[in-house]
Ligand binder design. Structure first.
Ligand code: ATP
Ligand code: MG
Ligand code: MG
Length: 568
């Protein structure tokens, strides 16, 4: 197709397909279930699942669950939900590195038998110290040249719980002088008396990520193992282990640059700190750059995928402007969200000629106005399309004697260029209904405007006013038929452009990241089920909150502003 993606990894995949190197392309997304997935993972998900989709291959979802201390079922469940929400489906069942523990153990024994691994009884401090430095070769462990039999015995003792945590490790026997520190006899198994969410108390030794990962890839027949650049110097170990164990069709690791976005964090550990310290309301707080948070915020899977396409896949490290993400989200909303009116900072308006003016609505309305008078409730119900695309249906908007407009739409002393209401410019069009003229403003003791009195021009229901031009259109909501709603506005969670560089995360926070407003919304907005996205006219895109919204007590989260000067 003409929007075929062309990054360096897809080039490699295409070449491998051309060379018939593999019967099928197989990728994997390998999260550790120690937190919720975040924006960085979205990039990896789009890449791994995207390649499988585009090239008729498979993509596995594999939990890299080799560190039971930090892992839990809630994280496992959230990861599945998040991947599916993004619009991807893994091949077969979700997999676990922990399901390979028997096989991984057997391969560790094989390495020992081949003379490629040994049990080291040094303390963790000694191991670290004796690893040497970049300029200086390491010092071999006293156990490095132990016999195969002794190593087998020690390893078996490790497995049987005869060592306390930290008293013994299995190390690959590679090269204590390798300039790549990852090759200086890396630890591949450790003692950890800790039960595991999948294997219970069966094991008290656990494989290290660097051991489990390549061998799990090989076991599953992964062809292209895609990871971020910081694993580039783990690749020699990846290849070494796969070669020592021996596979017919070894997987290959390719590295791409991490996704970094300004004013945000992509580290589960730091995001977890925000949750644990109640700095945010949970992993799915709409300010969080987690998939769960972005979903609750109202971001769309289409927008996130479009964002990843725009960012692309390269080896160049960089920081992406958050406004690019917002641009993609906004674009995905433009043609898909119903419109509605919500007044975020309500100012009461009483229409003093309401009854007389509205009594003539039927004879004076324009042909294209559809309305219905409800006598009991003294309400004129206006039918309006939910969107310029009329296929999205209509909504009924109640127009009544008392309304709310936004406080920002009336100024006693307006700034230069102000286009809305003021004593000098008392007339304006109320969106979807009449032209309104303010006749009086009421102020409180502090001088704040607390109410307007106004009239409507009966001849202007869908018609231009006669003999004058009225500039400007504002939104409004009926005071008696509108529904009080909580509207949550957001700013960046971090005021610091690079919060990861700030050692104390508290110092990077934006104190104004959340503002809760007591707003009023038209009934069609309140009536929507939780999780419905809207364009609030003149205000932006909003979603009814998936947890807290109800028709009686509506709660909306701001998704993005209506527009931004930023252009990608
Ligand atoms: P964290 O540091 O947040 O814990 P991680 O890399 O340890 O992230 P994993 O669960 O191991 O998290 O990640 C699963 C996959 O997602 C890995 O292949 C990893 O490379 C990828 N990934 C994680 N963060 C990013 C990022 N910022 N950009 C691109 N890919 C990422
Ligand atoms: Mg990881
Ligand atoms: Mg991590």
């Amino acid at each position: 197709s003409n929007n075929e993606k062309n990054d360096f990894i897809r080039h490699i995949v295409r070449d491998d397909i051309k060379a018939q190197k593999y019967p099928k392309i197989v990728t994997r997304f390998p999260p550790e279930p120690n937190g919720y997935l975040h924006l960085g993972h979205v990039k990896s998900i789009c890449l791994n699942f995207g390649i499988a989709e585009e090239f008729g291959g498979d993509c596995h979802l594999r939990y890299d669950d080799t560190n039971p201390v930090a892992e839990k079922q809630d994280y496992i469940d959230s990861i599945k939900k998040d991947v599916q929400w993004l619009g991807f489906e893994w091949t077969g069942d979700a997999l676990h590195a922990s399901h390979y523990f028997d096989q991984l153990y057997a391969w560790a024994v094989q390495l020992i038998e081949q003379g490629d691994a040994y049990v080291d009884l040094q303390t963790p401090e000694e191991i670290k110290l004796n690893r040497g430095s970049f300029n200086e070769a390491g010092t071999p462990s006293p156990q490095r040249d132990n016999s195969v039999d002794i190593n087998l015995q020690h390893f078996n003792d490790m497995k049987d719980g005869k060592y306390a945590d930290g008293k013994a490790v299995l190390r690959a026997k590679i090269d204590m002088a390798d300039p790549n520190m990852n090759m200086r006899d890396p630890v591949i198994y450790r003692v950890m008396h800790q039960s595991h969410h999948q294997t219970g108390d069966k094991w008290c030794i656990y494989p290290m990520y660097d051991f489990a990962h390549p061998l799990s890839d090989a076991l599953e027949g992964i062809t292209h193992s895609l990871c971020t650049l910081e694993f580039e110097d783990h690749r020699p170990l990846y290849d070494w282990l796969i070669e020592k164990v021996g596979f017919e069709l070894p997987p290959h690791q390719y590295e791409f640059s991490r996704l970094n976005v300004d004013h945000t964090l992509t580290s589960k550990r730091k995001l977890k700190q925000l949750v644990d310290e109640n700095i945010v309301a949970g992993w799915d707080d709409p300010r969080m750059p987690t998939i769960a948070g972005m979903r609750r915020r109202g971001y769309t899977p289409e927008g996130l995928r479009d964002f990843c396409d725009r960012v692309g896949v390269t080896k160049a490290d960089g920081v992406v402007d958050m406004r690019l993400l917002e641009f993609s989200i906004r674009q995905s909303l433009e043609n898909t969200t119903a419109r509605g009116m919500a007044v975020l900072k309500p100012l009461k308006v009483t229409i003093t000629n309401f009854k007389e003016a509205v009594s003539e609505w039927e004879s004076l309305k324009a042909d294209n106005v559809e309305a219905r008078w409800e006598e009991d409730a003294q309400t004129l119900w206006l039918s309006q399309p939910k969107h310029p695309n009329v296929d999205m249906g209509v909504r009924e908007i109640p127009f009544t004697e008392t309304l709310y407009i936004d406080q920002g739409d009336y100024e006693i002393t307006p700034p230069a260029g102000y286009k809305r209401l003021s004593p000098e410019k008392p007339e304006i069009r109320l969106r979807n209904t009449y032209v309104l003229a303010v006749t009086e403003h009421v102020t409180d003791e502090a001088g704040n405007v607390v109410e307007l009195k106004a009239t409507i021009d009966p001849s202007t229901l869908g018609n231009n006013p006669e003999g004058r031009k009225v500039k400007g259109v504002i939104h409004w909501v009926s005071a008696s038929r509108g529904v009080p709603a909580t509207v949550r506005l957001y700013e960046q969670l971090f005021s610091d452009a690079d919060p990861s560089s700030v050692s104390d995360v508290h110092q990077a926070l934006n104190p104004n990241s959340l503002t809760e407003l007591n707003a009023v919304v038209e009934p069609s907005l309140a009536d929507a089920p939780a999780g419905t996205r809207f364009q609030f006219e003149r205000e932006g895109y909003f979603i009814s909150d998936s947890e807290l919204h109800s028709t009686d007590k509506p709660v909306f989260n701001q998704i993005v502003s209506l527009r931004d000067s930023y252009k990608p």
